[in-house]
Ligand binder design. Structure first.
Ligand SMILES: *[C@@H]1O[C@H](CO)[C@@H](O)[C@H](O)[C@H]1NC(C)=O
Ligand SMILES: *[C@@H]1O[C@H](CO)[C@@H](O)[C@H](O)[C@H]1NC(C)=O
Length: 195
């Protein structure tokens, strides 16, 4: 194949992949984990992408200054609640949060703090796609891609981008993980914020 036809083939491929999805295709990409599947969120996850609906409305953790983040979900109280430990590495400092979330159907609810409700979309293997909504104060909707691994295969990343588009999230994401150092399991330098 000569260079020109390769370029043409690539251009065609790009056109095809950027074409808007049909409502049916989107409905498929918006399926959430059921209550029975909710235990699969347990464990530690590295944040890979952080989407907002609108940068202007978002007033939460300054993700542009964040180098890395992880979250760990631990079920408690006979699977009626989850404790979520969150870590953000910012300027070589670890910011630590611990949040108690109540299981309601296939969602997690937090009474005290924002974000107030989380559901999880079906997505790539070894990935976790969390959709936070009604996040009082910090912006109405957030979409966070987490993975078990340091890297997410490109085809998985592309699928998640389509999922984000279907849900109306702004592209590109506010934050994309570039394999910066992660906060250690324990860090004595900062105080944990209990919410
Ligand atoms: C952390 O992020 C800031 C802002 O993007 C960047 O300037 C800095 O080089 C990063 N540090 C590390 C260790 O990756
Ligand atoms: C919590 O859920 C997991 C996965 O479904 C199950 O294996 C475990 O037995 C449950 N624990 C309790 C205390 O119900």
């Amino acid at each position: 194949m000569c260079f020109l036809s390769k370029a043409l083939a690539l251009a065609l491929l790009l056109t095809l992949t950027t074409a808007a999805l049909t409502p049916e295709e989107c409905a498929n990409l918006k399926k959430t984990l059921s209550a029975d599947e909710l235990h699969t969120i347990s464990g530690k996850w590295i944040l890979h992408e952080f989407y907002v609906l609108s940068e202007v409305e978002y007033t939460g953790q300054p993700m542009k200054e964040t180098n890395s983040s992880w979250i760990e979900f631990n079920p408690a109280d006979n699977n009626q609640t989850f404790i979520a430990k969150q870590r953000f590495m910012v300027n070589e400092m670890c910011i630590r949060y611990s949040i108690h979330l109540t299981v309601v159907g296939n969602t997690l609810q937090s009474a005290a703090s924002s974000p107030s409700s989380a559901s999880f979309l079906k997505t790539c293997d070894d990935c976790l796609l969390a959709h936070f909504s009604n996040s009082g104060g910090i912006g109405t909707n957030l979409l966070l891609l987490y993975a078990k691994t340091e890297k997410v295969p490109q085809k998985d990343q592309e699928e998640v981008r389509e999922q984000a588009k279907c849900l109306g999230f702004q592209q590109p994401p506010l934050f994309t993980y570039t394999q910066a150092e992660l906060c250690p399991e324990q860090s004595e330098t900062t105080k944990e914020t209990e919410e």
